[in-house]
Design a protein. Structure first.
Lengths: 157, 381, 180
């Protein structure tokens, strides 16, 4: 399916679950969903025949301190229909909590651990949520925009 | 982590030799872990019960660095993410930026990019072959692989001056045009190289020791592979067509003829055969591209300072030597990305190591790790 | 005599002017020193330690074209107990720094350290904006020779090895153990 067809189909099928679905200026289909319907939507997108997004390509987070939110972004790909979709869900920056996608795609396991390690987003229901890159006793979350530490020298512009 | 495993260790294992369970640390300094990867392995005698990789020994915070560099400055860091296959990562970032800012590279630049990415794929597979055979115990293919690789690096050095971290594929085109005798030297190299692949296959493919160590070892079933995020030649060894060059063509891959190499058994031997066949396909792609090279500009017309549009984002994927490499960029109207994420094949491929080695012996860990073609800076970034 | 005497201690000046330094005169001490130094500098066994990009260039140096074996560095030992040259090739992060210090301490003395590549010299391209990279390994490991480059060419690494050989020639054979 092309991105326009995907957008119209999602608008019809998941009218009540999603917040918005748009085609971006770079011609990608982006779905924004509220945290309650996040896992159910992903489950349907993975299993239903017309969508069949069986490959979770990447799961990451973007920090927006001005809007006080951290957005968790996942990119899905279908090996059957060859279409791509982006799913975004927002989390409150002071206490970010998002449901886990590990039960749908196993590859989400390590992606979510990395997001937890670097941004501090807690994934509810994750089987093994601990740090993956930084040492286990590290206290801060490096990829947040307000990160500062000893030995961290910012490049002067 | 070691305490966690130690507390679950049983005294009195299950084999008839009266073994106990114990926890062993493999690395980070280890000849066969392809870099600084640490594996905590729980063993019962010689049988592996559980493998826990500990990452982060090469976490160089490249994603944080890219948030404070302009888009062209980020390309130098992409070389270091996967230094064995640097041209591919250069191109992954350049493609993402071009899609973000709506820039199109001219035709000659696209053909040149294709030639260099496929040459880089050859170089990467040669090093993989050397390292894989070296882990298994065959030390000669390492020297053979590096010998051919030196000739490819000569071609690269002739063009852009560097042997390993090129910074050649830039946003909007390539850095500099090729020298006049590049085409003839490249064709001479390909003519010299193609019979060498037969030589390596003669040495390894039906070698009884190699077969014993790789046939039937580390089988990735297709469903498990897709669900766990395995990609690239490792998934093609299990029968799934997952080549990004065929499914989401970029550059001119839809205009050259090449076959997607698929094997069905899913074990280490199939993954080895997939990569050997990919080398032959790469040679064919390079020959076709060299024929279709035409004179022209090598860089697109761009503004002097590249700025992304406000509230823009892009996720673009390419097929690097190890598998699918994705770059996610968020633009905020300035000359620096707000967020740059590199989705690397080795990170996803390493996840299945635990499932593949359960119940096998310690020596099989090395065979499986080698066949997954994992490189640590891709895992850690 | 004037310029060469700067920075030398009294003991070293005495040694220079003593009988053992008369050119052409072979004493037993000199002969023993010569044999030790000849053996040491022509059989430096590197530790197979490479983290990042420089490790690939180190492997290329060990391969056919830039054969490092002709300088005596034939065997790359993975175990630090059997090696005496640590070529620190690649970026060292804080997590890896603990391991590197342990590796250096396990190597039998006398041992030498080459800091290969700009990451080990001063943090390299990761000096700014990196929260994990150690900005130069000479803060916890005593370095003998610095080989600059990103990555340095195999010829540079061989030049570094030859500089270590020259350093072995210039030092007394019983070197005081250095603490960093």
């Amino acid at each position: 399916m092309t991105n326009e067809e995907l957008k119209s189909k999602i608008e019809v099928d998941f009218k009540n679950d999603i917040q918005t679905v748009i085609i971006s200026a770079q011609k990608e289909a982006i779905v924004t969903v509220s945290p309650e319907h996040y896992v159910a939507l992903c489950q349907k997108l993975c299993e239903e025949k017309e969508y069949f997004f069986n490959h979770l390509s990447s799961l990451t987070a973007v920090d927006f301190p001005k809007e006080n939110k951290i957005t968790v972004v996942s990119h899905l790909w279908s090996y059957k229909h060859f279409h791509q979709l982006t799913i975004k869900v927002d989390a409150d920056r002071s206490n970010p909590k998002v449901a886990t996608l590990e039960n749908i795609w196993k590859s989400a396991n390590w992606f979510e651990r990395e997001v937890f390690d670097l941004y501090g987003v807690v994934f509810e229901g994750h089987s093994d949520l601990r740090r993956i890159m930084m040492p286990d006793d590290y206290k801060k979350f490096p990829l947040r925009k307000d990160f500062a530490d000893d030995g961290f020298i910012v490049k002067p512009s | 982590m070691t305490d966690l495993l130690l507390s679950q260790v049983k005294v009195g294992g299950e084999s008839q030799f009266g073994t106990d369970e114990y926890v062993v640390n493999l690395g980070p300094q280890h000849p066969a872990t392809h870099g600084v990867l640490r594996l905590i392995v729980k063993l019962d005698g010689e049988t592996v019960k559980e493998t826990v990789p500990v990452l982060g020994y090469l976490h160089r915070s490249i994603e944080k660095i890219c948030e404070n560099r302009t888009y062209p400055q980020c390309i130098t860091y992409t070389d270091r993410i996967d230094y064995v296959s640097a041209m591919s990562v250069n191109y992954a970032f350049a493609l993402a930026t071009e899609k973000l800012m709506n820039i199109e590279a001219p035709a000659r630049a696209q053909w040149l990019r294709m030639i260099f990415i496929e040459l880089q794929r050859l170089a990467s597979h040669l090093l993989w072959m050397g390292a894989f055979a070296g882990d298994i115990g065959a030390l000669t293919p390492f020297l053979y692989g590096l010998r051919e690789r030196e000739r490819i690096l000569d071609l690269f050095e002739m063009t852009c001056g560097q042997r390993l971290t090129y910074n050649y594929i830039r946003i909007g085109g390539v850095m500099i045009d090729i020298l006049p005798d590049f085409v003839s030297k490249c064709i001479a190299f390909l003519d010299y190289f193609e019979p060498k692949i037969d030589e390596y296959e003669d040495l390894l493919t039906y070698n009884p020791i190699f077969l014993e160590r790789t046939k039937g070892v580390g089988v990735i079933s297709p469903e498990m592979g897709i669900n766990a995020g395995v990609c690239g030649p490792s998934l093609r060894g299990s029968g799934i067509a997952c080549d990004v060059r065929k499914q989401q063509p970029y550059l001119y891959y839809d205009q050259v003829k090449f076959a997607e190499c698929i094997e069905t058994a899913g074990d280490c031997w199939s993954r080895y055969k997939v990569r050997m066949r990919e080398m032959r396909e790469s040679v064919s792609i390079i020959r076709q591209s060299l024929e279709r090279l035409e004179p022209g500009p090598i860089e697109a017309k761009m503004p002097p300072v590249l700025k992304a549009p406000l509230n823009s984002e892009i996720y673009s994927r390419i097929e690097s030597s190890r598998g699918e490499m994705g770059v996610y960029l968020v633009g905020d109207g300035t000359a620096k990305p707000w967020k740059a994420k590199f989705r690397c094949a080795s990170f996803s491929n390493l996840y299945v190591l635990d499932q593949l080695t359960k119940g096998w012996k310690v020596a099989d860990i090395m065979a499986v790790l080698g066949s997954l073609d994992m490189i640590v800076p891709e895992v850690d970034r | 005599m004037g310029v060469g005497l700067k920075g030398l201690s009294h003991k070293e000046i005495e040694l220079m002017e003593s009988e053992s330094n008369i050119p052409g005169l072979w004493t037993l001490e000199k002969a023993v020193e010569f044999i030790f130094k000849w053996a040491r500098k022509n059989s430096l066994w590197p530790l197979q330690f490479g983290t990042a990009c420089c490790a690939i260039e180190m492997m290329a140096t060990a391969a056919g074209r830039y054969d490092i074996a002709r300088f005596g560095a034939e065997v790359f030992r993975p175990s630090p107990r059997q090696a005496d040259l640590l070529i620190a090739a690649g970026t060292i992060t804080e997590k890896m720094g603990y391991a590197l210090k342990k590796l250096y301490e396990q190597m039998p003395k006398p041992s030498w350290v080459i800091a290969m590549g700009s990451c080990t010299i001063a943090g390299g391209p990761y000096y700014y904006d990196s929260y994990t990279v150690v900005k130069g390994i000479d803060s916890f490991v005593p370095v003998d020779v610095y080989v600059p480059g990103c990555p340095p060419r195999p010829e540079s690494l061989i030049h570094g090895l030859m500089a270590i050989q020259k350093k072995i020639d210039d030092e007394p054979i019983f070197r005081r153990r250095r603490d960093v």
